[in-house]
Write a protein that binds this ligand. Structure first.
Ligand SMILES: [Ca+2]
Ligand SMILES: [Ca+2]
Ligand SMILES: [Ca+2]
Length: 135
């Protein structure tokens, strides 16, 4: 699957409708949304989160053995979280396993269950846990 990010990135620059959003502290979060929001609808859906996570996986996967170990994951997952996400208990995550954690965290960050994350949801503790896997 090829990300649509490349073609949409130029659109994202032009469409900055920050009117309804208070507080300057939010602007960092908005940058985050714009970075992930490849269809430019103002929210992050699961496909967008997974596309970002997949790119992050490839970036973190320095020794190119196809999996992320605790060292490569750094502090994105605790040892306990890694163990829970690692059904074959070999101490590493394949991309599928990594994306499964992303999906779990996405759902945890989407309490209204509408399939998208807005700025407020991304900024919740569950949303921030998700973001750690995406960047
Ligand atoms: Ca979107
Ligand atoms: Ca590796
Ligand atoms: Ca939502």
């Amino acid at each position: 699957m090829i990300s649509r990010r490349v073609c949409v990135i130029s659109l994202a620059v032009g469409t900055l409708l920050a009117t309804g959003l208070p507080v300057s502290a939010k602007s960092k979060q908005n940058n985050l949304i714009r970075m992930l929001d490849t269809d430019n609808d103002g929210t992050v859906d699961l496909a967008e989160a997974k596309a970002a996570a997949s790119a992050t996986f490839d970036r973190l996967e320095r020794d190119k053995d196809g999996t992320l170990d605790q060292h490569e994951l750094s502090r994105r997952l605790s040892a306990k979280e890694l163990a829970a996400a690692d059904p074959d208990h070999d101490g590493t995550l394949t991309k599928d396993e990594y994306l499964a954690v992303v999906e779990q965290r996405f759902k945890a960050a989407d309490p209204d269950n509408d399939g998208t994350l807005d700025a407020k949801e991304l900024n919740s503790s569950a949303g921030r846990a998700l973001m750690r896997l995406l960047k």
